[in-house]
Design a protein around this ligand. Sequence first.
Ligand SMILES: [Zn+2]
Length: 213
Amino acid sequence: MFLIVFGAPGVGKSTQAKILCKKFSIPHISTGEILRESAKNIKSIGIKSSQVIANGEFVSDEVAILLLKGALIEKNCQNGAILDGFPRTVEQAKELDIILEELNYQDVVVLNLIATEDEIVKRLVLRRTCRDCHSIFNLAQTEGMLACPNCSAENSLYQRPEDDEKGIRVRQKIFSEITLPILDYYSNSKKIAPINSLQSIEGVTREILMRIV
Ligand SMILES: [Zn+2]
């Protein structure tokens, strides 16, 4: 089973991807994490750090594909994988099709997580991130806490600058213009499962399982 978790920034892709990879015992390939890991030794593979912008959300197609391919080969993906944060452009989707064919993956399902922009903004402005371990929390989970609940680092929780409302709306606009057209590209070649993401984490997982099992 090869799942592509698709949706706007902040819709809950990573949360669901983590739950699903445990449930099906297949690797979770998060481009955000791959980029963070490789940012340290990125010069050694010939990539200029200027090509990796800010938190690694926007890199050139060439760089993203190179890193993704490496991760698919390196991690144990014979039984499939869960892709989170990739593809971000139609160009990346086309390249991914070539990789999927090369590595002989069938049964590809695109989980299309859907929520309104206002709901996403409402959730994201409450997001807090750990500087040390990059875990993401809701403000309600960490209210009054001084240390990260995951790694115990002190005073490490902060609001990323791109998680203020203006930054969020910019990212939503970029998503609509650059990433959303991928659904059209996929409409003839892949199974797309629309998932209502305006519900609890458990509710979203239940709906996904109903759609794919
Ligand atoms: Zn932490």
